[in-house]
Design a protein around this ligand. Structure first.
Ligand SMILES: *Cc1c(COP(=O)(O)O)cnc(C)c1O
Length: 455
């Protein structure tokens, strides 16, 4: 189909996510037609380096032969069957592979052995919240009806996930619809609510968290966080010790800890799971984005045996978890995920990261010197560059200037594909990226920041 018609139809029929459609209609959209390695090709034949892993999902590159083959082979057998009252082979094998990996990687508490499937990060979170709530109810504890989450937190766009969301711009408007939650300050040291710097901000924020938990623990179901890096909130990287301290608090007050590793999971932070950095085992973990290397929608909520066992009983006891989706355990998605996990071993994906992480760190420290760069933050292969109007006072650019957008739009000209979070330039390339391409990505970003923001 020709480009002109596609654009016409797109503008006529598609409502794009997180997009002011008024603005969209005035611009020429990019139509991607092909991917290879860390690159995407548009309909005009122009190639772009994929600097944000196609919204944080790609790990091993586009069009990986092993995953292509696995999905094709599965298509020739079975595309879908239900997990409601039945099984299929890929979902069983993947559950075993994931459980084994979770047990091995997160050995510091009750191992996460039970896998509940769904098909996106938001539903993985909904499931975690519902399981956590019912865990207590099934034990006769009904006064627990409140979640604790963090400001600047992001857990997805469905109503339950929005209830524990902390990004004003996205979440505030829905307040009347939401369930009960209390928000603790985020350990966002660059703009610390408690006016403290790195790393004392971390301890102080943990102190605030403790206050909230101490005063409310009897009605708190669980604390839900994005461990180590709050991604959508602006790549907020926690000071060391916060996560470990949070785990201790949850233990002390007997509250469940839900780790939303939808973005941080599958190697992004340099370890398979972010929780590994502080030797923390959560009670529930949510995984999605990277799980299929971006091939198919799939998500997992994994829980420990203690939680699972609280749902066992006679049918009339009503302890069953009455939840499931049409595409739960979809065989094609599970086949893609199994193949993606195998690539981690074959490519030695995690073992190959340290020099790339070092390169990213060095390039970021150059960028940090620029006159409109307020802060650079990094954990493993995730990084954020916060642009500000005034480096000394940290005063942001006027919101409607869309400075972050201007930078990424200019980067397109140089063949780099990015998507910012406000004025934070996000860097989250596929882990397979070569050092050469990573260096180029950072060079282009640096150049574009200079061109857009220099006065
Ligand atoms: C993206 C994201 C989600 C939501 O996942 P979707 O698949 O977009 O619904 C939830 N939590 C975190 C931490 C995320 O980054």
């Amino acid at each position: 189909m020709n480009k002109k018609t596609l654009i016409e139809w797109d503008k006529k029929y598609i409502w794009h996510p997180f997009t002011q459609m008024n603005q969209w209609l005035t611009e020429e959209p990019v139509i991607f037609t092909e991917g290879r390695d860390c690159f995407l090709k548009d309909i005009d034949g122009k190639w772009y380096l994929d600097g944000v892993s196609s919204l944080w999902v790609n790990i091993h590159g586009h069009r990986r032969a092993e995953i292509d083959e696995a999905v094709k082979a599965q298509i020739d057998k079975l595309a879908h069957s239900t997990l409601l009252g039945a099984c299929n082979e890929p979902s069983i094998v993947l559950a075993q592979n994931l459980a084994e990996m979770l047990i091995e990687r997160l050995p510091w508490g009750e191992p996460l052995t039970k896998i509940f499937y769904s098909d996106n990060g938001s539903t993985a979170v909904e499931i975690a919240l519902k399981i956590a709530y019912q865990y207590w109810v099934n034990q006769g504890i009904k006064e627990k009806d409140t979640f604790v989450s963090l400001k600047e937190g992001y857990h997805g766009d469905t109503i339950g996930a929005v209830s524990v969301g902390g990004i004003k711009l996205f979440h505030e408007i829905y307040k009347p619809l939401l369930s009960k939650s209390i928000q603790a300050p985020a350990p966002y040291c660059y703009r610390c609510e408690l006016k403290l710097n790195f790393p004392s901000c971390g301890l102080a924020c943990l102190g605030e968290m403790e206050k909230i938990i101490r005063q409310n623990h009897e009605r708190i179901v669980a604390v839900i966080v994005e461990p180590i890096v709050q991604c959508a909130g602006g790549i907020i990287v926690w000071p060391q010790g916060y996560l470990k301290g949070l785990r201790k608090l949850c233990n002390k007050y007997e509250i469940l800890l839900i780790a939303d590793e939808v973005a941080t999971g599958f190697g992004r932070t340099g370890r398979m799971f972010a929780c590994e950095h502080e030797e923390v085992t959560p009670d529930i973990i949510c995984l999605s984005k990277g799980i299929t290397n971006g091939y198919m929608p799939l998500a997992v909520t994994a829980v420990n045996e203690k939680i699972f066992n609280a749902f066992l009983g006679e049918i009339e006891e009503r302890k069953t978890f009455y939840h499931g989706h049409s595409y739960t355990g979809n065989p094609l998605a599970c086949a893609a995920a199994i193949a993606s996990l195998e690539i981690f071993k074959k490519d030695r994906t995690l073992e190959n990261l340290p020099p790339k992480i070092e390169l990213l760190k060095n390039k970021l420290s150059e960028i940090a010197e620029l006159s409109h760069v307020g802060d650079v933050r990094q954990k493993g292969m995730i990084a954020g560059i916060e642009l500000v109007m005034d480096k000394k006072t940290k005063e942001p650019f006027a919101w409607k200037e869309q400075t972050g957008w201007k930078v990424v739009r200019l980067a397109r000209k140089y063949g780099v594909w990015l998507r910012p979070l406000g004025d934070v330039i996000v860097i989250m390339p596929p882990l397979v990226i070569s050092e050469e391409n990573l260096a180029r990505l950072l060079e282009v970003i640096k150049d574009c920041i200079i061109r857009i923001s220099s006065d």
